[in-house]
Ligand binder design. Structure first.
Ligand code: NAI
Length: 332
């Protein structure tokens, strides 16, 4: 019965001719994973959605599979099913790992999440080495270098296809700046560069669109709120987790941009933490243009004011340490 209905579904898609992408979410039963899975099930560019976790994916999959959208959802649970979850995927989104509790930095998650990311990326290298990989698991500043080293070891590394997700920083920046300016947040665009932790999150308020000016007090308030937006949520959740709903929203927006890029749409630009020559560091977040090959172009930072230049120096210092820590984890 189930097979007949799956066959009918794929015949319908073949007749309709709509191109669709195969997407896997690793860590799909978690706080971010579940709402993200729902948003990806609603994305018309997705034809197949694989949900992998070490627990609870059968229930999440059964639940989402009742939504009358076209993506076909399949669940995979436990390490033994990782390879089946990954085979044939175009895009792999990774929110697997532990989140922060009050008082913790993202770096405090390193010891647990580094190993999780390594195992999952080894699976990607085995089963879908050409997929675009978007990493959400913290500390992103270190997990992206970890993934790069895993792929280098496996001989599958393509720097254009590995992206750290920093979209939530942009989403927050747009929201907080719009509040100050009295605008609709959908009309505001704030580039956020550097990385995804504390002072490495560097909003470029001098480049806000629409062009706007801020008092020194507003700059100080906005920079601090954007850099500590994650901590604001961790404290409000009081030990039950970190940002999940706004993160799922941001990750779904970023994944949609990646899929539109893969489809060949023009002019898709997002901020992301990628292998980069924008600074002397091997990884850096800045605006990137997405296309069929993944990252097609890394945009320059543009003119920075004095406040931003000094922020950049602080960001680079911390980033260098986080990158080194990630690389050494795999090399040693
Ligand atoms: P959560 O604990 O609610 O969910 C994590 C999920 O990962 C759980 O379902 C768990 O079973 C699963 N998991 C653990 N080990 C796994 C493995 N080896 N393979 C597959 N799945 C595994 O955590 P939440 O809130 O969803 O956060 C996930 C990660 O995202 C954390 O590291 C958090 O710090 C990070 N995060 C990143 C943000 C960003 O902007 N990049 C923003 C917010 C959170």
């Amino acid at each position: 019965m189930e097979e007949t209905s799956l066959l009918r579904q794929s015949m319908c898609r073949a007749k309709g001719g709509a191109p669709g992408f195969k997407v896997a979410i690793l860590g799909a039963a978690g706080g971010i994973g579940q709402p993200l899975a729902m948003l990806m099930k609603m994305n018309p560019l997705v034809s197949v959605l694989h949900l992998y976790d070490v627990v609870n994916t059968p229930g999440v999959t059964a639940d989402l599979s009742h939504m009358n959208t076209s993506a076909v959802v399949k669940g995979f649970v436990g390490q033994a099913q990782l390879d089946n979850a990954l085979t044939g995927m175009d895009l792999v989104i990774i929110p697997a790992g532990v989140p922060r509790k009050p008082g913790m930095t993202r770096d405090d998650l390193f010891n647990i999440n580094a190993g999780i990311v390594r195992t999952l990326c080894e699976g990607v290298a085995r089963c879908c080495p050409n997929a675009l990989v978007t990493l959400i698991s913290n500390p992103v500043n270190s997990t992206v270098p970890i993934a790069a080293e895993v792929f280098k070891k496996a001989g599958t590394y393509n720097p254009r296809r590995l992206l750290g997700v920093t979209t939530l920083d942009v989403v927050r920046a747009n929201t907080f700046v719009a509040e100050v300016l009295g605008l609709d947040p959908r009309d505001v665009n704030v580039p956020v560069v550097g990385g995804h932790a504390g002072v490495t999150i560097l909003p470029l308020l001098s480049q806000v669109k629409p062009p706007s000016s801020f008092t020194p007090e507003e700059v100080a308030y906005l920079t601090d709120r954007i850099q500590n937006g994650g901590t604001e949520v961790v404290e409000a959740k009081a030990g039950t987790g970190s940002a999940t709903l706004s993160m799922a929203y941001a990750a779904a927006q970023f994944a949609d941009a990646c899929l539109r890029g893969l489809r060949g749409d023009a002019g898709i630009v997002e901020c992301s933490y990628v292998a980069s020559q924008v600074t002397e560091l091997p990884f850096f977040a800045s605006k990137v243009r997405l296309g069929r090959g993944g990252v097609e172009e890394i945009m320059p930072l543009g003119p920075l004011n004095e406040f931003e230049r000094s922020g950049l120096e602080k960001a680079k210092k911390e980033l260098a340490e986080s990158i080194h820590k990630g690389v050494s984890f795999i090399k040693s």
